[in-house]
Design a binder for this molecule. Structure first.
Ligand code: GCO
Length: 488
């Protein structure tokens, strides 16, 4: 497809490298930004909040780069009003944030009480958003499980599911009159496989069978939370879940088998129960050496398969896999911080290996592949033709340069956003029901195992002073959000 450049209108369409400009998004397309409680709030022990598994994990020596923790983070807990003013100045239509479970039900057990100060914080945040014309999009679980529930077994045990449903009922009753969109879970793949299988995320366990039980209980928690939210929300919110999809390329003779295995574990382990009410036979077969899936009870799949209004899609990069001979040294784990002895791929870790992909790369070492986003949106639209989609995370970490005048020029991030929004626009043109795009992230923040070493924000945070400084990408994104037209 050749580039069509109209000098007069500044429109670039169909550029082979996805660097279009001047594209017009639908007038009702949502442009927002995203954060998560543990990554931005700080105030970790304030107003009744008790530790989550990420407090424990980050305070465990060697778990997080440089010993960084979320104790202070961006201090969003105290700076939320000025952060909302910042969002308003950027013309954002919506703000995707997460609610810290340990602020609402600190021990995770409803019988121990609800923390009104925690509810009040999020109620003020939601009112502040609405006053500024910004739609609140709230995630119930972005990985900060109350530590006391982990001490009782965590996501591998079924009692955590009921605790989550109780928590969902509390937030539904408190905020469900004003929330625009409820999201039950963010990236259960990370919670289950990185938290309980590979160990690179909290709680840092290396138990492949437990990871698969966590997959199921997170799926079940999603279904039960939807029921609890629908039962308690008095407004008319939309309901969703956010999944991080592995967009796969294959190498070698066994490429198809390698891709099938990872697709089953990473993608269909969640979409099939949530959107079809089944676990796929190949997933069960591939993992039969690890577990018998007896943790799936009669009726669970019907509970998981609750209708959602929109499917949240997190996309950053592609992955390339091939069959592994089981002997030669593995080229790499899977792009995530590796933990000794663990695996994020139960049942396939000795069958499939991840292959280094060609660059260019972001600061995370992830390849930059906007065509992967287009492929993903096409695939989801074909698999689930009546399911509206929302890009709930897309963005890039780059080492930012602060100019002498304090301004931050981040051309690499602007280019990344422009190319992925071009891909999103092409999907819309092909008929994909894509409702919006949230940039990850509003602020530089605590990037899990990398601590504060990786900056994803369109707004820079000076972690010594906590001062916010909009980067060039923030000004670029503001033009897009205010006009709906893709800037160069
Ligand atoms: C995720 C999480 C975010 C990350 C972001 C960059 O997708 O892993 O939702 O919390 O910070 O994606 O890794």
């Amino acid at each position: 497809m050749s580039s069509v450049t109209s000098e007069h209108s500044g429109i670039v369409q169909g550029s082979p490298d996805f660097r279009d400009a001047g594209l017009v998004f639908p007038s009702d397309f949502t442009f927002g930004s995203a954060t998560a409680s543990y990554q931005v709030e700080g105030a970790a022990a304030e107003d009744g909040r008790l530790p989550s598994i990420w407090d424990t994990f980050s305070h465990t020596p060697g778990r997080v780069w440089n010993g960084d923790t979320g104790d202070v983070a961006c201090d969003h807990y105290h700076r939320w009003e000025s952060d909302l003013d910042l969002m308003q100045s950027l013309g954002l239509h919506a703000y995707r944030f997460s609610i810290a479970w340990p602020r609402i039900v600190p021990t995770g057990r409803l019988s121990d009480g609800v923390n009104q100060a925690g509810i009040d914080f999020y109620s003020r945040l939601v009112d502040g958003l609405l006053e500024r014309g910004i739609r609140p999009v709230a995630t119930l679980y972005h990985w900060d499980l109350p530590q006391t529930l982990e001490d009782a077994g965590g996501w591998p045990v079924r009692t955590t599911v009921d605790a989550f449903a109780d928590y969902a009922g509390v937030v539904g009753a408190a905020l469900g009159d004003r929330i625009h969109t409820w999201t039950t879970l963010n990236e259960p793949w990370c919670s289950a496989y990185l938290g309980y299988g590979q160990g690179g995320h909290a709680p840092g366990r290396h138990e492949p069978a437990a990871a698969l039980a966590a997959v199921h209980h997170l799926n079940l928690a999603h279904g039960k939370a939807l029921q609890a939210l629908r039962a308690t929300s008095t407004g008319s919110p939309e309901y969703s879940v956010t999944l991080n999809f592995h967009v796969l390329r294959g190498e070698g003779d066994g490429a198809a088998e390698a891709m099938r295995r990872i697709d089953a574990l990473a993608n269909r382990a969640f979409t099939s129960p949530m959107l079809r009410g089944v676990y796929d036979e190949d997933l069960l077969a591939d993992t039969s050496s690890v577990t018998d899936w007896s943790f799936v009870h009669d009726g669970d799949l019907a509970t998981i398969n609750q209708p959602i209004d929109v499917l949240g899609v997190n996309y950053y990069s592609t992955a390339t896999v091939r069959l592994w001979d089981g002997v030669s040294p593995k080229q790499m784990n899977d792009g995530h911080k590796a933990a000794a002895g663990g695996t994020a791929w139960p049942g396939s870790d000795r069958v499939v290996e991840f292959v280094q992909q060609p660059g260019p790369y972001t600061d995370m070492g992830w390849n930059i592949a906007p065509e992967g986003l287009l492929d993903l949106l096409r695939s989801l639209s074909a698999q689930f033709p009546h399911q509206p989609l929302m890009i709930t995370e897309n963005g890039a970490a780059f080492a930012d340069e602060v100019a002498p005048d304090g301004s931050v020029r981040d051309p690499l991030r602007v280019d990344y956003l422009r190319r992925h929004l071009t891909a999103a626009h092409r999907a819309i043109e092909e008929g994909v029901d894509l409702r919006g795009y949230f940039v990850w992230s509003l602020l530089d923040n605590f990037e899990w195992g990398y601590g504060y070493a990786k900056r994803f924000g369109i707004v820079r945070v000076d972690f010594d002073t906590l001062e916010r400084m909009p980067k060039a990408s923030a000004h670029w994104f503001r033009r897009l959000a205010q006009t709906g037209v893709l800037p160069a």
